[in-house]
Design a binder for this molecule. Structure first.
Ligand code: WQD
Length: 341
């Protein structure tokens, strides 16, 4: 009998790649997604890769009755991975109530129903934004949580606290909080990948759309930072590496002995790359030039952040392994595929 996992936001970028890896690891997957930032064709992509079509419920996790119906129609769910959230930093500044209502109510509804339906644990999709601008790099899980620089980042901090307070109150569940650095790339099959709606805010989709001629030129937001080449540094992690970490975390949470009720892991490569270095990696890997220019800094950007992934490496037994040039090749293959549509 397969262990059944609910993946909220499962037709999204990281969610869809995680569904693939859960199915590859033998889990049965139920997806709920309101398709506000993705489309149902992603389910076909997942099936094309694994040969298994996940159960898909189109619905909004902020509606608790929708979740009651889902749990009743899909009995035996043992774990949840919660990706469903609004996640654009800039938009969150313009629409804070949408972000607090969506991200917090989604989580609180799930937590509320877990004991009622026998769900043992929840893996929460968090972010390195909880650290703000680090005092030192690389950054590990003991680094101080700094005041969030956006409502989006604050929802991640508050959601972590909600989980911890709920479990501390005696709720019979466990949780693992995964703090992602910068997820990039696409599945090597080019069946699924990042599908930003409108003008991409994140670097890699904007870069690949520029390489494809959809955008005229990529603007590098500043080259006057205190970094070797002046551009910002991030820890770019391949999305498939990231997805695999979720499967390991789920297994540890549900089957692990003597694990803490709440565990926190930074998911990164441990390697910092600048914007200009990432552009160079793409051009080296694909042979395609990316027209780009230096522009002014983007408000809210932090200068440099990369992970110390030692805890995830040693405790989870997980290490990011996809070389960045291969990630860039996969991102380009995906862009070429979606550009044909
Ligand atoms: C990366 C670097 C930009 C676009 C955000 C969220 C984080 C997560 C990932 C959700 C920065 C530079 C970008 C461009 C550029 N989101 N850049 N030109 O801001 O590190 O992280 O997205 O989970 O929580 O905070 O990612 O890809 O936007 O930017 O020069 O057109 O690329 O200045 O240095 P970021 P990003």
């Amino acid at each position: 009998m397969k262990t059944k996992i609910l993946v909220t936001g499962g037709t999204g970028y990281i969610g869809s790649h995680t569904v693939v890896e859960l199915q590859n690891a033998g889990y049965e997957v139920v997806i709920i997604d309101n398709l506000s930032n993705s489309n149902a064709a992603v389910i076909d992509g997942i099936e094309a890769i694994t040969g298994i079509r996940p159960v898909f419920v189109e619905g909004d996790c902020t509606d608790i009755n929708t979740l009651h119906e889902l749990f009743k129609a899909n009995p035996g769910i043992k774990g949840i991975i919660n990706f469903a959230a609004s996640k654009a930093v800039g938009e969150s500044v313009q629409k804070p109530l949408l972000y607090y209502r969506n991200n917090l109510n989604t989580l609180m509804n799930l937590l509320d129903l877990m004991p009622e339906y026998g769900v043992k644990g929840i893996v929460f999709s968090s972010s390195c934004t909880v650290y703000g601008e680090p005092d030192v790099n690389p950054i590990d899980e003991t680094a101080p949580i700094k005041p969030a620089t956006s409502p989006y980042g604050n929802t991640k901090q508050v959601c972590e606290e909600i989980i911890e307070d709920y479990i501390r109150s005696g709720a019979p569940i466990k949780s693992i909080l995964l703090r992602y650095f910068n997820p990039i790339g696409a599945h090597p099959s080019a069946e699924i990948g990042e599908l930003p709606l409108g003008v991409p805010q994140n670097l890699v989709p904007y870069l690949t759309q520029t390489a494809a001629g959809i955008r005229k030129e990529l603007t590098v937001f500043g080259d006057d930072y205190n970094t070797p080449d002046g551009s910002c540094i991030r820890d770019y992690i391949d999305v498939v590496d990231l997805a695999k970490a979720h499967v390991i975390a789920m297994k540890r949470m549900l089957d692990g002995e003597d694990t803490d009720a709440v565990e926190i892991f930074n998911l990164g490569t441990g390697r910092g790359l600048s914007v200009l270095e990432l552009i160079a990696s793409f051009e080296r890997a694909t042979g395609v030039k990316v027209p780009h220019k230096i522009g002014p800094r983007r408000a809210g950007d932090i200068e440099k952040i990369w992970a110390d992934p030692k805890k995830a490496n040693e405790v989870l037994g997980w290490t990011a392994s996809v070389p960045v040039d291969e990630t860039m090749k996969n991102a380009w293959a995906w862009q070429c595929k979606v550009s044909k549509h």
